[in-house]
Design a protein around this ligand. Structure first.
Ligand SMILES: C[S@@+](CC[C@H](N)C(=O)[O-])C[C@H]1O[C@@H](n2cnc3c(N)ncnc32)[C@H](O)[C@@H]1O
Length: 372
């Protein structure tokens, strides 16, 4: 066996999309904590690390995380934040754990090339079944600000027992990978039913492109009624299959970061690496059916109706509505400015001050007056 890797094939485009979203989120998440020395120690968990590279030496999740840590070196050294990286790789039913050996070798090589890592980075390697390791590491996940990646093959980790534990955590952001369209084929099997119970009729009536949304909605509906956990989906098409990411966090800073990453990847829907609602065709006027609204147009339309039901609304209320609907603040800002121009709404100054920074960090709460 030569080379860095034994992933038998190169990563496909869908996998690259997933890995880029993982690393974009690490890039946004790490500075949140290293810019504030009070956190002291942060933990990143990659429960399904793989060997580190694909067959073309394209980095996988653990090397991408290390790269993102490397990019923040200056800030990390300055704030003296400790980073603990937990990397796990396990091939069930195999005696020789070659991927795990490669994972260790590849990460150790990377770390040797970056000698400053020794001042702040600890890497814990595990060669264990993630199903058990998850529960073993839960106390650590609970104790520190944590970022958890669950890049599974399949669907097992969306089962209630794992989501329940993640739901209880307050300073943890997590990203799942789920083979959602497999439910269409295997939804009746015990393994899939154990992960998530979806009625056969629902599976059969739902359009294929919406399979990840269906899985996502089921998981969301299983959360306790007053849960503060906020979940968001991102569908990924790989050949004939629909996979997807599920992002979860309790705080709005995390939500803001994830939604910005998602909308930057796809400014049509912020929710898929393809045109999931055929918005491109909706942009063109439909002569027979009338114009259909795109996702952004529908959001603005609904928000305008909501605003017009009131006499006064705060920027915080609008921002929370915007996040809850999976949109970025800019979409609401565009509408507010337009409504002001049309004399339907008023606020002082030029800007509606509608962003995370103003509302949640500076507590700059602004009232919008609805003009009747
Ligand atoms: C989708 S791949 C993850 C790829 C990886 N994140 C990367 O970027 O290359 C899933 C990985 O989990 C490993 N795996 C499968 N079952 C596992 C289990 N029960 N516990 C831990 N790892 C497992 C597989 O060997 C495989 O390398």
């Amino acid at each position: 066996m030569s080379g860095k890797n034994i992933h038998s094939e190169p990563f496909d485009n869908g996998t690259i999309t997933k890995l880029e979203i993982f690393e974009d989120y690490a890039q946004a998440w790490i500075p949140t904590f290293v810019m504030q020395p009070r956190f002291g120690e942060i933990h990143i968990f990659d429960f399904f690390s793989g060997p580190g590279y694909d067959s073309n030496n394209i980095p996988g999740s653990p090397i991408r995380i290390l790269n993102k840590i490397n990019e923040q070196l200056g800030n990390i050294l300055q704030s003296k934040t400790k980073i603990v990286l937990h990397l796990n790789e396990f091939e069930p039913n195999l005696k020789a754990q070659k991927k795990f050996e490669l994972l260790k070798k590849n990460c150790e090589e990377f770390i040797l090339l970056n000698p400053k890592f020794k001042y702040f980075l600890t890497v814990n390697y595990y060669n264990e079944n993630a199903e058990d390791l998850f529960f073993k590491l839960l106390p650590t996940i609970q104790e520190f600000p944590s970022l958890v990646y669950l890049d599974q093959n399949g669907v097992k980790f969306i089962s209630q027992e794992y989501v329940d534990e993640l739901e209880k955590l307050n300073t943890t952001d997590f990203i799942y990978f789920v083979s959602s369209s497999f439910f269409k084929r295997y939804g009746k099997t015990e393994e899939f039913k154990k992960a998530l119970e979806i009625e056969i009729e629902e599976l059969e009536s739902e359009e294929y492109r919406n399979m990840h949304r269906l899985v996502f909605n089921k998981i969301n509906s299983r959360l306790p009624e007053n849960s503060e956990l906020k979940l968001f989906p991102f569908s990924i098409k790989k050949n004939a299959n629909i996979y997807g990411i599920i992002f979860g966090a309790k705080n709005y800073a995390a939500v803001d970061k994830f939604l910005k990453i998602a909308w930057k990847r796809n400014n049509l829907n912020g929710e898929a690496d393809f045109d999931i609602d055929e918005d491109k065709t909706k942009i063109q006027l439909d002569m027979f059916e009338g114009k259909k609204m795109t996702k952004i147009e529908k959001f603005k339309n609904d928000l305008e109706s909501k605003l017009l039901e009131n006499t006064s609304v705060t920027n915080k209320q609008v921002l929370m509505y915007t996040y809850a609907n999976g949109h970025i603040p800019q979409h609401a800002v565009d509408l507010l400015k337009q409504m002001k121009k049309e004399g339907k709404l008023d606020y002082e100054g030029k800007s509606p001050f509608l962003n995370y920074e103003n509302v949640f960090r500076k507590y700059n709460i602004v009232n919008y007056k609805i003009i009747k």
